[in-house]
Write a protein that binds this ligand. Structure first.
Ligand SMILES: [Zn+2]
Length: 329
């Protein structure tokens, strides 16, 4: 029987699993002032043989560099390497995102605000990668200090659908939240280590993420359809207990998955209905019809949500786009 130790690191939860005589840590932990000390005590007491980052975001993989300095290899999926190597929001991706905003049909002033927001996000991401000092706490103050993200090349790059990471413990590819998102599953116990794929309180909306822009043909990862497919696949595991990347472990895993899937389905239906009433609308016009008051203030969140559901509808053959305008099918 495997055992789990829950390591709380500010807003994040990492889990030290012992299974079949081997130890694996799920998620590196975020790099804020004091986090390394907490983890150094873990290393002194019961060092893991491997650290698996569920995905490349800085609060889940931000201490990858440090772990490898301790001589402990970090595994990350190949599709998330652009995060850990410091290439998130590089010129290519930024350019593709700017193109996305322009094509959304947003009025000029909204477009300007959205692009400024993007520039700020990039500056923030760059700072986490480049700074050697801990920054003051951010506005949301979920971490005692701002996060750092020292770039690193993971010693184990995962590419398979399923990878054994310890006896009785597998890493499964679950794209959506990020392109190379992973969950871990302890088969015998029915324990799911869900990262950001499944959280007790919120349904995470996968963001618009475009990170490849071939000349003239920018390619966008369709995050929401992939996220929902991953959720369906994870449902099939019949997990009995979930250890999420944020918050406390919970049971009734299938109920939480069904609630998430149900909520997504309702939203897809709403977007489909709005599309029927506003045939020929741009992405922005559609978002405005659905969220008239909040759109301006929460542009990226709302535009990501609406685009995600349009992707779902398009893949189901229920919506089509031509020249930046959307229509129901
Ligand atoms: Zn994340």
């Amino acid at each position: 029987m495997a055992s789990v130790r829950h390591i709380r690191l500010a807003y994040n939860s990492a889990y030290l699993i012992e299974s079949g005589g081997e130890r694996v840590l799920i998620d590196t932990g975020p790099d804020y002032r004091g986090a390394r000390e907490v983890l150094a005590a873990v290393v002194a007491e019961s060092p893991p043989g491997l650290v698996v980052a569920t995905h490349g975001h800085l609060d889940h993989a931000g201490l990858g560099h440090w772990w490898q300095e301790q001589g402990i290899p970090v595994a990350l999926h190949g599709e998330d390497m652009h995060y850990s190597t410091g290439h998130q929001l590089d010129d290519d991706e930024l350019q593709a995102l700017e193109g996305f905003v322009r094509e959304s049909g947003a009025p000029t002033d909204v477009e300007r605000e959205a692009l400024a927001g993007l520039a700020a996000r990039r500056a923030w991401a760059r700072q986490a990668v480049e700074t050697r000092d801990y920054r003051p706490a951010g506005r949301d103050a979920r971490w005692p200090t701002g996060l750092r993200y020292e770039p690193f090349e993971p010693r184990r790059v995962l590419t398979e659908e399923v990878t054994a990471i310890a006896p009785g413990l597998r890493a499964l590819v679950a794209p959506g939240h990020t392109p190379g998102n992973l969950v871990a599953f302890a088969e015998e116990e029915g324990w799911l280590f869900s990262g950001d794929q499944l959280l007790p309180e919120i349904t995470p909306t996968p963001a618009i993420q475009r990170f490849q822009s071939a000349p003239g043909a920018p390619w966008r990862f369709r995050s929401l359809p992939r996220f929902l497919e991953s959720l369906q696949r994870i449902r099939g595991l019949d997990a009995t207990r979930c250890y999420p990347g944020h918050g406390e472990p919970f049971e009734r895993v299938t109920d939480v998955i069904d609630a998430n899937l149900g909520q997504a389905e309702q939203r897809t239906t709403r977007v489909h209905e709005a599309l029927r009433e506003n045939g020929g609308a741009t992405l922005y016009e559609l978002a405005e019809a659905l969220y008239p008051r909040a759109l301006r203030k929460r542009f990226w969140q709302i535009i990501s949500t609406v685009q995600g559901h349009l992707d779902v509808l398009e893949e189901a053959g229920l919506a089509a786009t031509s020249g930046g305008r959307w229509a129901a099918r």
